[in-house]
Design a protein around this ligand. Structure first.
Ligand code: UDP
Ligand code: MG
Length: 335
């Protein structure tokens, strides 16, 4: 029997590229021997023509499917939804903007057939990215590998093939801070890299402005490391040590000298330092508690407004669709 490959494409305002991306994906996949494929587009609440274009793409080709969110939920959740809807023996996660070249897909599938469970794309160079983005990315991977027991390979994004066994483990991980590349590293199995050149985005602009990148970095660090909490503890210890020295100093001045009113500076400094240390510590703890709060609410990870191309006779049945998403039934009006 032929193996089924599910290709997952998260899309947020990608009207300028999506038709070309689909053309290249179909051409590449159709040229690979011995596989069937499905392409799952997850529209992450686009506000441009992306949904209309995706509808047209889906109508024209029953190997394509569309999951449309009710609003923007973010890249990592779009990919998670794609994985939940994937029926394949393996899934390939690829950006919509052709920065991840479809030409690499045959090589990924070849390595998978060699017996690897995760085949991730490793960037040999990144044309058209600002020096600032490259530098912050490097800093981030250093930081997270330092802080966390899970080791992330450098220069690797979400462009990767993952085997059904890994998909099933991923889907069993219910957390809402979904830092997928970290989760995949955590899962383990046999992992291998294939090299590629990351080119410039074909059209449109990056949907990851600085603040979103920082948020993403914070998710990565906090969901994979307790080190910030420990740093808070060490800052606490340090300020206790300093405070202790300050107390001894103050007593000595008070008992053995005559000009003890001059202690104002030291009191002021100590108050500031300890106040600052406490706020930082509280902030770090608050960051974790906020995430615990979000987790215990147990909300669905995303809300689906529309699904196209699933469950008609021409396609394979859905394995796990919507286990952590939420979908309301359409009112009878349209039927
Ligand atoms: N994306 C998404 N939801 C978002 C932001 C981005 O689904 O909120 C998609 C986007 O359409 C693209 C991929 O995630 O397919 C990567 O985004 P982008 O190319 O903007 O990031 P960059 O390559 O600049 O890091
Ligand atoms: Mg991009």
């Amino acid at each position: 029997m032929k193996m089924l490959i599910s290709v997952i494409v998260p899309c947020y305002n990608e009207a300028q590229v999506i038709v070309e991306t689909n053309r290249q994906l179909v051409a590449t996949l159709a040229g690979i021997e011995g596989i069937d494929f499905e392409i799952i587009y997850v529209d992450d609440g686009s506000r441009d023509e992306t949904p209309d274009l995706l509808r047209a793409i889906q109508t024209a080709d029953n190997r394509t499917r569309v999951v449309r969110f009710s609003r923007n939920f973010g890249h990592q959740l779009a990919v998670s939804a794609g994985l939940e809807h994937a029926g394949g023996d393996a899934a390939i996660i690829i950006d919509a903007d052709l920065q991840d070249p479809p030409e690499i897909i045959p090589e990924m599938i070849a390595r998978w057939r060699d017996g690897y469970h995760v085949v991730y794309g490793m960037r040999t160079d990144r044309a058209g990215e600002t020096a600032f983005k490259l530098w912050t990315a490097k800093l981030f991977y250093r930081l997270i590998n330092r802080l966390s027991k899970v080791k992330l390979p450098l220069d690797v994004g979400d462009f990767r093939l993952i085997d059904r066994r890994v998909i099933d483990v991923l889907l069993s991980m219910p957390e809402r801070d979904r830092f997928l590349r970290g989760m995949v590293s955590w899962i383990g199995f046999r992992q291998v890299a294939v090299m590629y050149r990351r080119v410039e985005r074909r059209a449109g602009e990056s949907k990851y402005p600085l603040w979103k990148m920082l948020q993403f970095a914070a998710d990565g660090v906090i969901s994979f490391s307790l080190t910030p909490l420990r740093v808070a503890l060490w800052v606490g210890f340090l300020s206790i040590a300093l405070a202790f020295a300050g107390i001894v100093y103050a007593l000595v001045i008070r008992l053995y000298t005559n000009d003890w009113v001059r202690g104002w500076t030291s009191i002021f400094t100590a108050v500031l330092f300890i106040g600052g240390a406490q706020l930082v510590t509280l902030g770090i703890i608050g960051e974790y508690i906020g995430r615990i709060y979000a987790e215990v609410k147990r909300r669905p990870l995303y809300v689906v407004e529309e699904r196209l191309g699933f469950g008609n006779a021409a396609t394979t049945p859905l394995r796990t669709a919507g286990t952590s998403g939420f979908e309301t039934a359409e009112p009878g009006l349209h039927h």
